[in-house]
Design a protein around this ligand. Structure first.
Ligand code: FES
Length: 105
C-alpha cells in the first residue's frame, strides 16, 4: 500500500509499505525521518506520533485505550493524532496520508 509521509516542513515521501507492517515500520525501514519509535512498536514510548489526514480517519480506525493513554506523552496532540506503530498497513490503506509533528519530544 502506498503511504505518503509528509514532514513538518512539507517534504513528502511516498513509500510502498507491505501489508502487515505498521505505518511506523514503513517509515523506519525506508529511512523516512521524523519517527523515532524508541520502544520499537510496543505502544510504550509515544515517539512515533503522526497526524492522520482527515480523509483517512475512518479507515485507520479507533485508538485503543492503551494508545490513547500513551498519546498523553506526545506533544501537540490533536484529534487526528495517532501512534503510527498502532496503525497496521493493509490494502484498504492504499493512499494513506500521514503528517509528522515538528518533533517527537
Ligand atoms: Fe513506541 Fe509507537 S513505537 S509507541
Amino acid at each position: 500500500a502506498k503511504i505518503t509521509y509528509i514532514q513538518h516542513d512539507g517534504a513528502e515521501q511516498v513509500i510502498d509499505v507491505k501489508p502487515g507492517l505498521t505505518v511506523m515500520e514503513g517509515a523506519v525501514k525506508n529511512n523516512v525521518p521524523g519517527i523515532d519509535a524508541d520502544c520499537g512498536g510496543a505502544c510504550a514510548c509515544a515517539t512515533c506520533h503522526v497526524y492522520v489526514d482527515e480523509a483517512w480517519l475512518d479507515k485507520t480506525g479507533d485508538k485503543s485505550a492503551m494508545e490513547e493513554s500513551m498519546l498523553d506523552f506526545a506533544e501537540n496532540v490533536e484529534p487526528n493524532s495517532r501512534l503510527s506503530c498502532q496503525i497496521k498497513v493493509s490494502d484498504a490503506l492504499d493512499g494513506l496520508v500521514v503528517r509528522l509533528p515538528e518533533s517527537q519530544h
